[in-house]
Write a protein that binds this ligand. Sequence first.
Ligand code: C2E
Ligand code: MG
Ligand code: MG
Ligand code: MG
Length: 286
Amino acid sequence: HADAAMYAVKTSGKMNYRFFDREYYEAVRAKIDRNAELRHALETDQLVLYYQPRVEMATGATCSLEALVRWAHPTRGILEPIDFIPLAEESGLIVQLGEVVIDKVCAQIAYWSRQGRDVVPVSINVSPRQFNESDVTEVLRQAIERHGISPRLVEIELTESSMTADSVHVSQSLENIQRLGVALAVDDFGTGYSSLSQLQRLDFDVLKVDKAFTAELEKTREGSVFFTAIITMAHALGMRVVAEGVETVGQARCLKQLQCDEIQGYFISMPLPATDRQPILPRYVL
Ligand code: C2E
Ligand code: MG
Ligand code: MG
Ligand code: MG
């Protein structure tokens, strides 16, 4: 391939072709390399989970934790999902990555339980491709069994884009997951192509409102108008509402007034690695 690219460079004669060829070739090559590197990372257990608390407004207690994957890269430090999840989605490695995450979460819950601590449910992000190309229900069922934990301690987060893909297949999988006793949450609500009827049909337990809406709260009047409407709708459908990306006390106060059930964000805590001891379970009363 390298020779072919060089040949194209030499024979094309025009600057733009030459740049196009080389840059295209290098981009493809870099992608293949990074993909091989990610595969290696999965094989050598370089992925770690960070946990971010979700706090219940009524009590101020941490009521659940979201597992957020990080890549502890041997030379580049801790990498965030944006640096490798899109690549994993594209190459299909997300399926394997997703299974690793599910296993790690269940192992962590089992560990915390053995420590005799207060254990709260942990939510796991599942990507659309993982949903379409693997049997997430079966992977979950086996991991829960292998680690001997209660399914009530696991929650699955899906974005709206996962639901529009193949609705019959997806709604069946979702029902099966709920039948295991695992709760379901809609992630990043309001940013995708929402289908409100899907929401009703699929009977989600939790609605997580995207941080873009939280950011508008104190800025514009419309910000709280949208939040009020979402909360009213979600409550009417029997869902709890979580505001994502809460960064200020003002936003938290506003959300409490709007009767938002739970908040998550830097205002409470950054995502943190699991410690040997209990997870950090902050308590905030406004
Ligand atoms: P998400 O599921 O919506 O997760 C919330 C993201 O918002 C996290 O980013 C979190 O660190 C960040 N965040 C939390 N509080 C605040 C805040 O107050 N302000 C702001 N600006 N951001 C906040 P992170 O960890 O970088 O993850 C990004 C996305 O990557 C996640 O969005 C999720 O879609 C995906 N992701 C993370 N872990 C996994 C995983 O294990 N599997 C899959 N398939 N996707 C994952
Ligand atoms: Mg999430
Ligand atoms: Mg989200
Ligand atoms: Mg997201």
